[in-house]
Design a protein around this ligand. Structure first.
Ligand code: FES
Length: 172
């Protein structure tokens, strides 16, 4: 056998080994992705989204989609607002006041994408009453500030404004 044929056979064996390994692990990778919701990129409708707020009582949340991203719109209770405003900002991992994160104290508008690895957190859930990310356990308070787990940053705030008392517009 020539050196060239020998190296070609080794190359084919190597490629075959990797293909086999990929075939064995693919079902597990697909299952894991299906079990934990992650954000899908690509559907980016540039239009702003108008969100009616009349049917969202205090303590409840609405989820809408803007530019392919889940947006959480949380109607906070007076107790939740008071609790978040009493948190010493210096104790936070990503220090931001509640006031800086809200245009109106009773409404919190955040992107529903965990800042650790891009999963969609669940809420209201967790030790801080906000959102809990099942992927690796990051927790966010009702202002979307990270309070526990591996995430280092608060949930992002999308551009938004209140066009009337009970209508929110998400988007520039
Ligand atoms: S992706 Fe949310 S904690 Fe890791």
């Amino acid at each position: 056998m020539t050196a060239k044929r020998h190296s070609r056979r080794r190359l084919l064996r190597w490629v075959g080994g990797w293909l086999g390994l990929a075939g064995m692990t693919a079902p597990f990778a697909i299952a894991a992705q299906g079990a934990l919701p992650r954000i899908r990129r690509g559907r980016e409708d540039p239009q702003p989204v108008e969100v009616p707020l009349a049917d969202v009582p205090p303590g409840e949340m609405l989820q809408v989609e803007w530019r392919g991203k889940p947006i959480f719109v949380r109607h906070r209770t007076a107790a939740e607002i008071a609790r978040e405003r009493a948190v010493p900002v210096a104790s936070l991992r990503d220090p931001e006041t509640d006031q800086a994160r809200t245009r109106r104290p009773e409404w919190v508008v955040v992107e529903g994408i965990c800042t650790h690895g891009g999963c969609i957190p669940n809420g209201p859930l967790g030790d801080f009453g906000g959102w809990y990310c099942l992927c690796h356990g990051s927790q966010f308070d009702t202002a979307g500030r990270v309070r526990a787990g591996p995430a280092r940053e608060n949930l992002k705030i999308p551009p938004h404004e209140f066009v009337s008392e009970l209508v929110l517009r998400v988007g520039p």
